[in-house]
Structure formats: structure tokens, C-alpha cells
Ligand binder design. Structure first.
Ligand code: ADP
Length: 293
């Protein structure tokens, strides 16, 4: 599968330029889309999912124009939006059967096999007879994936899936996603950098409707190796001193003390400790350099 996004722009009627000549090439496997709130991620997801048209530019799915072939794209698409509908008082089992009928899977035996497989795959088998309205956040997200998988999609889009999940639920959900991704495109849109580091062979960072970095998390991390240093500052003077003289990547409270991570090509001095770069460093550095330009 291949998804080519070529120079798409979108301006909302209130004047907000949500996408600004954005281009991306996406192949099989998981693709992480990172960016702060308001960067344009959901707009991009909805546009790929054929829910809205770009003003200009083109999207090609295996060479087919997405905007001109919405029905054909929808047949290959599994879309899990940020807020996935209302959760009725019927069970996951009944709901999936109902949705499968609506998708045209009319033979009872075939439908049962598909629904049962999905319930097991998403780890909802034991809870299949419980009302969806009683599901936890993680179970709802996994149900969202189960329903998205009904049509055997070749392109799966998930928008901010792990927000609000506890760590165990998040793990289960991410494992499920990565197990799906071998033969299909999975686009994971998130502002949680960690999700992308763990799962995605390729990623893009979006800011102000533009791609500001595209690549592999491993490669971008390698480029930063040797360039990230950490210091724990004792007071406001030291904090201000470091901030004024070095390129601060991020500031964190660790055990009640401020830890600053800085970017420096060469050793910034004895006070600093060399640390391994993480994807959050890449993310903040990329966004900070955007702001300066
Ligand atoms: P993200 O998903 O990265 O948070 P969005 O695509 O939701 O970004 O939003 C990008 C920008 O477009 C934001 O400034 C947002 O306020 C604006 N926006 C999103 N949807 C609409 C809409 N329907 N009408 C007007 N502005 C919108």
C-alpha cells in the first residue's frame, strides 16, 4: 500500500490555515504523526478519511485519487476518530453483528466467524456480552478498532487513541495496533511522543499545518547522539543562567528539582552530564526551531 499526500492545503471559513501545502509519503506499517494541539493533525486525518476535501493538492492511495474516489477509499478504510460515537447499552457482540450486517456481511456463519475473531483479536472476548456503555476507556478504544477492522481495511487511521488510557490499557492497545500494521498502513496521530518511539518505523512532525520533520525515529535520534546534556539547577539564578547561555530543549521537575536538557554540539562544561537523546528531545528541538524562524 502507498499513500501519497501532495501539497494539500485547507483554510477553514474562520480564516484558520489548518493545512499549508503539506506533502507526505506513507507506506505499509505504522506511521506516527506528531504535533502540538492545533497543528492540523485531525484535519489531515479527516481529509485522508474522505470526510472533508482539501482546498488544493492531491491525495493518492495506491495511485488512486482519494477525493475523486471516496466510495472506493471508504471500502478500504478503517477510521477511529478521537471521539468514537455514543456507547449504547447493547453488548459488543450484538453491536458488531449489527455493524457487520450493515456492511453487507449477510451470511450468518461467515459473520459469526468474523465477529468472534475480532473480539478475540482485540481482547474483548470475555467482555463481549457486557454493555458497551459499561466499558472502560481502553475497552472502548479496542472496540473502536474491532469495528474499524470489520471491513478488512487496508488503511487504518487512529486519531489520539491513547489519551486518557491507563498504562496497562495503553500497552494493550498499542500492541494491538502494531500487530495489525504489517500488511496495511496504520496512521497513528498523537501528541504522545512515546507512542511513536515505541511503535512507528517512520514518523512526521507537523506544526502550523506543515511538515517540519519527516523520517525514522531511530535515525533522527542517532543524529542527536552526543548533543544532549542535562543539568539539575539549584535555584532561579542558575536556571536563568543556563536558559540565557544554552539552547534549552526541555525543563522537567525531577524529585522537586528542575532538570534542564540542553542541546550543544560540544561539551558545554563540567556542570553538565551527557545523556542519551530521546524522541522528546527531537520533538521539542524541531518545534522550538520552528518558532525561532
Ligand atoms: P490537531 O488535530 O493537530 O489538534 P486540528 O486539525 O484539529 O489540529 O486543528 C488545526 C487548526 O484548525 C486549529 O487552529 C483548529 O482550531 C482549527 N480548526 C479545526 N477544525 C476547525 C473547523 N471545523 N472550523 C474552524 N477551524 C477549525
Amino acid at each position: 500500500m502507498s499513500l501519497e499526500i501532495r501539497g494539500i492545503s485547507k483554510r477553514y471559513s474562520n480564516g484558520v490555515q489548518a493545512l499549508d501545502n503539506l506533502s507526505l509519503s506513507i507506506g505499509n506499517n505504522m506511521f506516527g504523526l506528531l504535533g502540538p494541539n492545533g497543528a492540523g493533525k485531525s484535519t489531515l486525518m479527516r481529509t485522508i478519511a474522505t470526510l472533508q476535501d482539501p482546498d488544493t493538492g492531491q491525495i493518492l492511495l495506491n495511485g488512486m485519487d482519494v477525493v475523486a474516489n471516496k466510495d472506493a477509499v471508504r471500502r478500504q478504510l478503517g477510521y477511529l476518530p478521537q471521539e468514537f460515537g455514543v456507547y449504547p447499552r447493547i453488548s459488543a457482540l450484538d453491536m458488531l453483528h449489527h455493524l457487520a450486517v450493515m456492511k453487507g456481511i449477510s451470511k450468518t456463519g461467515e459473520r459469526k466467524e468474523i465477529v468472534d475473531t475480532l473480539l478475540r483479536q482485540t481482547n474483548l472476548w470475555d467482555a463481549r456480552k457486557k454493555a458497551l456503555s459499561t466499558y472502560s476507556g481502553g475497552m472502548k478504544q479496542r472496540f473502536g478498532i474491532a469495528q474499524a477492522l470489520l471491513a478488512n481495511p487496508k488503511l487504518i487511521i487512529v486519531d489520539e487513541p491513547t489519551a486518557g488510557l491507563d498504562p496497562a490499557e495503553r500497552n494493550r492497545f498499542l500492541n494491538l495496533l502494531s500487530s495489525l500494521a504489517r500488511d496495511v498502513i496504520v496512521i497513528l496521530s498523537t501528541h504522545i511522543v512515546e507512542d511513536v518511539r515505541e511503535l512507528c518505523p517512520r514518523m512526521a512532525i507537523i506544526s502550523n499545518g506543515r511538515v517540519v520533520l519527516e523520517g525514522s525515529p531511530v535515525e533522527t535520534l542517532e543524529k542527536l547522539r552526543g548533543g544532549i546534556w542535562s543539568i539539575v539547577v539549584k535555584n532561579a539564578d542558575e536556571f536563568n543562567d543556563v536558559s540565557a547561555n544554552f539552547k534549552v530543549v526541555s525543563t522537567k521537575l525531577v524529585g522537586g528539582e528542575h532538570e534542564l536538557r540542553i542541546h550543544a554540539e560540544s561539551n558545554p562544561g563540567d556542570r553538565f552530564r551527557a545523556v542519551d537523546p530521546d524522541l522528546e528531545d527531537v520533538y521539542f528541538l524541531t518545534l522550538n526551531s520552528q518558532r525561532i524562524q
